[in-house]
Unconditional design. Structure first.
Length: 267
């Protein structure tokens, strides 16, 4: 059992969670997963790889008899777990997992049936990123893509906010929109983007997209999509009808509304 707060294990985990965690995660190829339910979802995912599981005696009782057999399990004291944890109240389990090595172009090139994916351009808020991943999972999208200069989707806040959905569908990051449009053009996938003054309504667009591959593009929380992207001929602008007095929807809500509409048309 590790009891020292100065253990190299503590320092390694804290480095993955700290202010320079993004760089550390990319350098080591690993990220941190906290929470009993999240770790159990991680273990169930064929595409995920658990490297190390840190666990307290109380955490082991909560986990039950299904501790992973082929992973490195290290028992730590409650004090060490508290020093490692990014949460206020730890559940006594913390995992180090391998970052997935996913290639969007390679993935989509092997798809023979129509697919529906969401693309988020320079999304910044970790809670929003987790929420849209959960929504995509809930409404049956085939994948989620994040542009370059977006929030790190393997940061602890994003991982926690996905509530396990991070391992339920393919997630791609660091995909520039020019690369996206080029690949979609080759695959003949239609690209849609929400816009307040669009002529095509969401219900019509969802109906049109129900039988073909489609990519749904959403912009930054504060700035939306820049004009040069909105003006691209490859994008079809779609409007979400709003009968109330709200000026607009926030990013996560707009994305969830669109995904629900897509799911309804695919019944």
């Amino acid at each position: 059992m590790i009891t020292s707060l100065h253990s190299p294990h503590v320092e390694a985990v804290k480095a993955l969670l700290g202010s320079r965690g993004n760089k550390e995660r990319r350098t080591t190829g690993t990220y941190v997963v906290e929470g009993l339910s999240n770790i159990k979802e991680l273990l169930l995912a064929e595409s995920a790889s658990l490297r190390t599981l840190y666990i307290t005696e109380d955490g082991a009782r909560k986990f039950g008899a299904n501790l992973p057999e082929n992973s490195k399990i290290i028992e730590v004291s409650p004090e060490v777990m508290g020093a490692m944890s990014d949460t206020v109240t730890s559940q006594g389990v913390l995992a180090i997992a391998d970052l997935p090595n996913r290639d969007f172009e390679g993935w989509i090139s092997h798809k023979e049936t129509p697919i529906t994916v969401a693309y988020f351009w320079q999304i910044q808020d970790p809670g929003n990123a987790g929420t849209v991943i959960r929504a995509a999972d809930a409404f049956g999208l085939d994948g989620v893509i994040f542009s370059d200069n977006s929030v790190d989707i393997y940061s602890p806040k994003v991982v926690r906010s996905t509530a396990g959905s991070l391992w339920h569908l393919p997630i791609f990051d660091e995909v520039p929109i020019t690369t996206l449009l080029s690949i979609c053009g080759e695959k003949r996938a239609t690209v849609y983007a929400t816009h307040a003054r669009a002529d095509m309504l969401l219900s019509d667009a969802a109906e049109s997209a129900s039988s073909q591959s489609s990519v749904w593009v959403f912009g930054n929380e504060a700035r939306g999509l820049p004009e040069e992207i909105q003006a691209m001929s490859d994008l079809i602008q779609v409007g979400i009808p709003m009968r109330g007095r709200a000026e607009s929807l926030n990013l996560a809500t707009a994305a969830a509304v669109v995904m629900y509409a897509l799911a309804e048309k695919k019944k």
